[in-house]
Structures are given as C-alpha cells and as structure tokens.
Design a protein around this ligand. Structure first.
Ligand SMILES: Cc1cc2nc3c(=O)[nH]c(=O)nc-3n(C[C@H](O)[C@H](O)[C@H](O)COP(=O)(O)OP(=O)(O)OC[C@H]3O[C@@H](n4cnc5c(N)ncnc54)[C@H](O)[C@@H]3O)c2cc1C
Length: 396
C-alpha cells in the first residue's frame, strides 16, 4: 500500500482547517490537508444560508493569512448598529459604531465566500498539499508519529495530526476524547430576505412568542433572517412553499418597518446543539474549530473562536518546531489558552439559549432586566462590546 510522511496532517479542509494550514504556510513545513468533499466543491462552495459575523480580530487574522482580500469587497457587509429587544417592548440594548468608536461593529460575509477565499489562498500557498475527495477513516498515534488510514488502505504519517473535522469529529472519538453536549431542543432556520426599506447596517434581534428572530444587514436591501424555534416548528416552516413561508413570517417582521418583504434565497435549517471537547489535545494530536468547541450559532462566535484556536495552535507549534512539532508542552499551552478563551463564552451562550427558550413571565422579566443592565452598567456594557468586536491584536 502507498504511504506518505508529512510534518503536519490536517483532517478536514473546512474554514478552520484551511486557516490553520495557512497560518503554518511559508515556514518550510510540509502540510497535508485531507478532505472528504471534492476539490470542485471546495473551490466553489455552495451558498449554505450562513452569514458569518467576523470580529475585527478575525478580519485581521484572515488578512494576515492572505484570505480576506480574496473576498469581493461588495460581499463584505459592515455592521453599524446592533439592537436586542425583548418581545413587544420598545426598550433595546444598543451597540453602535459611534458609541464604540469604530467604523463597524463587525463584518458579515457569507460562509461560502469565506470558504472559497480560504481554499484559493491555500492552493496558492507554499508547502500545502490538499487531498480532496477522500477521508480519514482511522487515526492512531504513538510516541514517534500520528498515523492516518485512508479508506483504500493508504497510510499517512505525520509528526502532528490536527483535526478540524466537525463537532461530530470521528478522530476525536477514536482517540478517546469525550465531549459535553447541550441540546437546546430547538433549531435555526436561515435564509435571505429582500425588503423595500434600507436597513442602515442595523442588526436586530428580538424575542417572544416561543421564537427568536434576528435580521442581519446584507449589502443592498437584503437581510439575513435567523429564526429560532422548536425543532418541529422549524421542520414545518421548511416544508412550506416560499409563498406560504413569506405570508407566515410577514407578521413577525412587521415591527422592523422594512416595507414589503420576500424570500430571496433557499432556506436552510441547523439543529441547535452545542459540543465542547473534554480535552483539546492528545499524543501528537490536537482538535481545533468546531471539533474543539461547537458553539450554538446564536451569539455568532463559532468561527471567530475557531480562528483564534487555529492562530494559537499555529503559534505554539511554530515555536516548538526546532525541538518537535508535536511537543506535549506546546500542545498543552494551546489547550490552556484556548480553554480560557472559549469556556466562559461557551457557558454564557448556553445560558442565553436557556433564558430565551423560556416564555414564562419570570424569564421575560429576567430578559428585560438583562437588557437594562447591559445598557446602564458601564463595565458590563464594555465587556459585552469588546467580546462582540474582539479588537485584541493577537491570540491569547
Ligand atoms: C446558521 C449558522 C450561522 C453561523 N454564524 C456564525 C457567525 O456569525 N459567526 C461565527 O463566528 N460563527 C458562525 N457559525 C459557526 C461556523 O459556521 C462554524 O464554527 C465553522 O463553520 C466551523 O468550521 P470548521 O472548519 O471547524 O468545521 P466545518 O465547517 O464543519 O468543516 C469540517 C470539514 O471537515 C471535513 N471532514 C469531516 N470529517 C472528515 C474526515 N474523517 N476526513 C476528511 N474530512 C473530514 C468535512 O467534510 C468538512 O469540510 C454559524 C453556524 C451556523 C450553523
């Protein structure tokens, strides 16, 4: 059987696996990415309904690894203001560029365009080989190397294996790393809505009547609709014709005063299940991206944290390269830093999901109190704003 040997083997060429490879590129390393999807699907990924809100930090990192300039400028939608409302109440927790002293709170880009840009950058980068259209069937590691078996029996060995292979990571399970899971019992429906009025770059999120609705501003008179309801409800909405769906959500969207609205893309549904790996590293092995921390998408942190983890791991691995790319102390430093960066946000996001899933009077009151606290307590407000924008210059 054929075999090959590399410095680093990455399982999964999703956005985080590609970002990690790019963060290592150009330093003389031999980096192999193995991806189940075809090369064609990686080069021209299909629209999947996700509009990713990038923090300032993520944008700077994507610039450094040569991907951001490959996203068409008109596909980057700046977020000028974010408003969070509770049910029918007019009181809103508001963040805007004026108060925060920035030109944008964040930058929305469709997931498929970020993935396309990252793939193009990886193809052009020195030292990166992409094996698409195959998969890693089995991973094992020993003191000398990580061994990855492909379905045809081929074996790939590497000094370090890094898995960015989804929140359901198979390699993580094979190496005995457990996860904690939170299933909210809800699902998220996403898709684009065209409307008559200008959104002014304002993102709005509001709660009530058993649902959460967010509208995220996309360039042109377009918004990304993000609707969270119990799973069965989302399945019912998915099954409606576009016309019946438009009629049903028109009432929910009316308070936002955007004029007539219509569906402008297919609808996609995602279950709201969060996962957190009990360990981020093993012998000659590390998990990054959703395989490490699978966030609920309600606070728009999954990819941003994935990029932070990729950046941290790349820095530690490069620092250890003269000794051993898979040195346990380097992997340990990644684990500690990434846990610190992610655990509070993960717990906070799950707590918010619990609070907003409830529609009883106590939960409504608590939500209202939380919004007022957010607006009126300076340090709290600043903490939330800095978490949303993440203007720090390098990974912790
Ligand atoms: C509706 C929605 C909205 C979101 N919005 C935001 C947002 O605004 N901001 C934000 O930061 N995040 C957001 N996210 C989260 C973000 O999309 C994810 O965090 C991100 O896609 C994770 O990237 P990844 O590379 O870790 O994993 P994935 O994108 O899941 O990629 C994993 C890759 O690994 C491959 N693979 C798996 N197993 C194998 C194997 N055995 N062999 C070979 N290949 C394999 C898969 O084919 C896949 O290509 C959102 C998510 C959703 C669902």
């Amino acid at each position: 059987m054929p075999s090959s040997s590399h410095d680093v083997a990455i399982i999964g060429a999703g956005p985080v696996g590609l970002s990690f490879a790019l963060a290592l590129a150009g330093r003389g390393l031999d980096i192999l990415l193995i991806e189940r999807q075809s090369a064609e699907a990686l080069a021209e990924p299909a629209y999947d309904g996700r509009e990713i809100a990038h923090t300032h930090h993520s944008r700077a990192f994507l610039e450094r690894i040569g991907a951001w300039h490959r996203v068409p400028a008109n596909a980057v939608s700046p977020l000028r203001q974010a408003r969070v409302l509770n049910g029918g109440a007019s009181y809103a927790l508001t963040f805007d560029t004026g108060t925060e002293g920035v030109e944008a709170l964040g930058y929305l880009v469709s997931n498929h365009l970020v993935r396309r840009a990252l793939y193009a950058a990886a193809v052009a980068a020195p030292g990166i080989t992409i094996r698409a259209g195959t998969e890693v069937a089995r991973v094992s590691t020993d003191a000398a190397a990580a061994r990855l078996a492909l379905p045809d029996g081929e074996e790939v060995t590497a000094t370090l294996a890094v898995a960015a292979d989804t929140r359901l990571s198979r390699s993580r399970a094979q190496l005995g790393i457990g996860i904690s899971t939170y299933d909210s019992g809800r699902a998220m429906l996403v898709g684009r809505i065209a409307h008559e009025a200008d959104h002014g770059g304002v993102a709005t999120e509001w709660f009530g009547y058993g649902q959460t609705v967010a509208l995220l501003p996309v360039n042109g008179n377009l918004s990304s609709l993000v609707l969270t309801r119990p799973k069965a409800e989302i399945a019912r909405l998915q099954a409606l014709s576009p016309e019946a769906f438009e009629a049903e959500i028109a009432e929910s969207l009316a308070p936002r005063k955007l004029g007539r609205t219509r569906l402008a893309s297919p609808r996609y549904a995602y279950p709201l299940v969060a996962t957190y790996a009990r360990r981020f590293v093993g012998r000659r092995y590390a998990v990054i991206g959703d395989a490490a921390v699978g966030m609920l998408p309600i606070t728009a942190h999954g990819f941003n944290l994935g990029l932070r983890g990729a950046e941290t791991l790349a820095r530690e691995v490069l620092a250890a390269r003269s000794r051993d790319l898979g040195a346990p102390d380097a992997l340990g430093r990644y684990e500690a830093a990434h846990r610190l960066a992610t655990a509070p946000i993960y717990a906070g996001t799950n707590a918010i999901a619990r609070l907003y899933a409830e529609d009883n009077p106590a939960a409504r009151l608590l939500r209202h109190a939380a919004l007022r606290l957010g607006n009126n307590v300076g340090p709290f407000r600043r903490a939330v704003a800095s978490m949303l924008m993440d203007r720090g210059s390098s990974a912790a």
